[in-house]
Design a protein around this ligand. Structure first.
Ligand code: HEC
Ligand code: HEC
Length: 201
């Protein structure tokens, strides 16, 4: 009995508790797919330069769960997503998050090299105490489990909006306020260039 209790946290780490097959059904009936797309490549309305919905295919399980909890609590503010987030149970959330997390990685392009955005992403800017984005979001923006989400291949319009929201403080749900701190010194031109670079990397 006690041995089992000790083991449980490790089992939880090994595999997300949700069921991706049930999650596919629930993401459909709960309408998530209408905006967030149904497959890893198509991504529904999340594609294209106008896409303001986040791509969820290939995103980290824990990150998806945290965002839904933050929408529910109001820690991350968005009226429509608050309604969607409070409309699903924790069990549904586990399955839906497992479904999206199991989809292939977000589509990558071939971002242009040697740009200001690449320089910022890879090396940051010591003069402004800006750390390299790679240090948390990983090479090619593939994310680092337990540290920061996947951003590489995410939609450009969505990325740009989020960076503006971190900068203005209207989004402030990152632990320790790190993303607000890093977005603050960025110019609007840098945000646009970073969003383009990250979406194509
Ligand atoms: C009518 C469109 C719409 C529907 C339906 C919808 N969403 Fe969203 N979702 C959005 C928008 C818009 C955002 C971006 C919010 C913002 O700008 O902060 C978002 C953001 C998210 C995020 C955060 C993504 C990230 O990268 O941080 C998650 C997770 C999410 N939605 C999950 C869901 C789930 C699960 C469902 C179904 C229960 C759902 N959404 C239904 C429009 C929608
Ligand atoms: C110290 C670690 C750290 C560094 C460095 C960092 N980030 Fe983040 N970033 C995070 C974390 C953690 C989150 C998720 C916060 C949350 O829970 O909502 C995040 C979220 C984001 C998001 C929102 C993703 C989504 O799906 O909504 C974007 C965009 C982003 N970061 C871009 C950047 C860029 C560009 C840089 C470099 C200028 C950068 N980050 C540097 C930790 C970091």
């Amino acid at each position: 009995m006690s041995a089992l209790l000790v083991l449980l946290p490790f089992l939880a780490l090994a595999a997300p508790p949700g069921d991706p097959v049930a999650g596919r059904e629930k993401a459909d009936t709960e309408r998530c797919l209408e905006c967030h797309g149904s497959t890893g490549d198509g991504q529904g309305f999340s594609t294209g330069s106008d896409g303001k919905f986040a791509r969820l295919g290939g995103q980290q399980y824990d990150y998806i769960v945290k965002q839904i909890q933050d929408f529910r609590s109001g820690q991350r503010k968005h009226e429509f997503m608050k309604m969607m987030a409070t409309g699903i149970s924790d069990a549904d959330l586990a399955d839906i998050a497992a479904y999206f997390a199991a989809l292939p990685a977000m589509p990558a392009g071939a971002a242009p090299k040697n740009t200001t955005a690449q320089q910022l992403y890879q090396h940051g800017d010591a003069a402004r105490q800006l750390p390299a984005c790679t240090s948390c979001h990983g090479d090619s923006g593939k994310g680092i489990a337990g540290v920061a989400p996947v951003i590489g291949g995410q939609g450009k319009a969505y990325l740009e909006q989020q960076l503006q929201d971190w900068r203005s403080g209207s989004r402030n749900n990152s632990a320790g306020g790190v993303m607000n701190q890093f977005a603050k010194p960025l110019s609007t031109t840098e945000i646009e260039a970073l969003a383009r670079y990250v979406s194509e990397m």
